[in-house]
Each structure stands twice: as C-alpha cells, then as structure tokens.
Design a protein around this ligand. Structure first.
Ligand code: SF4
Length: 294
C-alpha cells in the first residue's frame, strides 16, 4: 500500500517522490537540499534576461508574497527533522532574498538553533545581487558563517549590459562595493555569472576579472535560458574564443554547455541532471509547498 502524507493543512494525500526523505529517515542517512525563496520572485533589479520576475503572475507560482513566520518555522523544523545527514544546508535564493531584511534572517538563524539536532551542522548560503549588502549585513553574515554567492557578469561594461535597476540604471558599482565589504569583513563569497551573448564573447576578460580583480575563489557560470529575448541575450559559442591557459587557472571554469544540455533535456524530456525533477533538489516559497523548478 502506498504511504499517505498528512500536511499541516488539507486532507491526507498519497506520498510522492518529494516525501521520500521522510520515509527513508529512519532507514538510512538522508541528505537533500532545499532552495528557499523567502521573497518569492520579488527583486529590486530588472535584469533583461531574468527568467523569474515574470513568474510572479503564474497561477500557484511564486508570486510576490513574502514567506510568513509560520511557513518559515514549519520549513526549518521539518527540513532539519527530515535530513539525517551530518549537514543541513539552507540555500536562500530569490528573486532577491535580502529584500526580506535582516530581522527575517535573524529569526531564521534563531529557529535553526532551536530545532538543530545534536551533532548536526547547520549551514547557510545566500545568493544575492549584492546591491543591498551593507556593513550591517556583513556583520550578520560573518557572525553566522554564511557563504555568499554574488551575482556578477564580469567587468563593468559586460555586467551593466543586462543587469540593471527597475529604472534602467547600471548596478556594477553597487556589486563591486558589496564584494569589497564582504572581503573587508571576512565573509566568504563566490560568484555566479550568467553567461549571455555579451560576456560569452569575452571569456578571458571575464575570468581574469573574477579571479584577479574581484577575488572570487569559486566561480560558477549559468547560461541564460529565458525564452523572452533569447535571441538577444542567450550565449553564442564561436570557434576560436580564447580560454584561460593552464598556467593561470587554479580551478577550471565550468563551461555552460553541459548545463545548457541539462536544461534542454529538462524542457524536452521532463527531467535532467540540473533539474529539480531529478529528485536532487526542491524549492520552497510562501505560496505553495515544495515545488519542482519553474
Ligand atoms: S537579480 Fe536575479 S532575480 Fe533579480 S532581476 Fe536580476 S536575474 Fe532576476
């Protein structure tokens, strides 16, 4: 007989694959990863290639609703309960999660301490566009051992080509300031670069900027996949683009192709290794329960 799940509200329902950790918890060590979007798809920027802003109006989509205190506590309690591996990783994403302000994150850390199981390490990642990061944020992030992912697309002209405010203003200098503050306060950070039609033509410049000027120790690349404006923003590969030589790379940058293939597979076959439907990941917003990717 198939197991049933009783959620905090609603009638019992048949368990699906996202409930698996709950049933495996007493049989083996379970590690899984939830991406949390406490501000839904709300963001203070309006990047040309953003795939997420437009999802605000989807039925049952992320909306612009903030995660309530009740959902936050339910999420933290059940996530910590169901992960039986030694680490529980909270990944705060958006939209722009810093829009929720420091008090929200203070509450989250306090709840993590309340529900932490003995011997388990609670880790926090924060993916941010960096524009709201100030000294107060840095003090909090350092004190609570957050790892920050900073979104930046390369040197000024490449970054500002697509990453703009709602008023169409450039954001590069704000992100650069955030990187400087994170370094000054000793907050570890890595970078996430959206590979697009502009910066894909300058791989060496982007790589050197991230490594040498910004001081990023872990560099992630993610291809632009938003269909709206795809022909303007999506990356294009050209034979002969220069790549960093062996002598100057300590970590080989990940090229976007395998990821792009994964995204395509997810769109066409319904599942890919980068896809939440691969059962490796899920996300949590206020509007609905656990979601596969959108
Ligand atoms: S910062 Fe991220 S969420 Fe905000 S508009 Fe840009 S791509 Fe979208």
């Amino acid at each position: 007989m198939k197991p049933f799940v009783i959620d905090s509200n609603g009638p019992p329902r048949p368990a699906d694959k996202y409930d698996a950790p709950r049933y495996m918890a007493d049989k083996s060590t379970v590690g899984f990863h939830v991406m949390i979007k406490p501000a839904g798809s709300a963001c203070n920027l309006n990047c040309t290639y953003c795939f997420y802003l437009s999802k605000a109006t989807l039925p049952n989509g992320p909306g612009l609703r903030n995660m309530s205190d009740e959902t936050l506590e339910l999420l933290i309690r059940s996530y910590i309960r169901d992960v039986t591996a030694s680490d529980v990783v909270f990944t705060w994403q958006g939209g722009e999660p810093t829009l929720r302000g420091l008090d929200f994150f203070r509450k989250a850390v306090a709840l993590q301490k309340k529900y932490a199981k003995p011997g388990q390490e609670i880790l926090n990642d924060l993916q941010t566009n960096g524009t709201l990061i100030d000294e107060q944020w840095c003090r909090f992030l350092k004190k609570n051992d957050f790892l920050v992912g900073l979104s930046i697309d390369g040197p000024e002209s490449l970054h500002d080509a697509f990453r703009k405010t709602k008023d169409g203003l450039p954001t590069f200098h704000k992100v650069l300031r955030a990187a400087g503050l994170l370094r000054r306060f000793g907050v570890p950070f890595n970078t996430l670069t959206s590979v697009n039609r502009m910066n894909a033509a300058y791989p060496l410049e982007v790589y050197r900027f991230l490594r040498k000027e910004l001081g990023s120790t872990q560099i992630q690349f993610s291809p632009v996949v938003e269909p709206k404006g795809f022909e303007l923003a999506a990356p294009r590969w050209k034979e002969g683009f220069p790549l960093p030589g062996k002598d100057e790379r300590r970590a080989r940058p990940q090229l976007p192709l395998p990821r792009a293939e994964g995204v395509l597979r997810a769109c066409t076959a319904g599942s890919g290794e980068n896809c939440c439907r691969s059962e490796a990941a899920a996300d949590q917003e206020e509007s609905v329960g656990l979601n596969p990717c959108r």
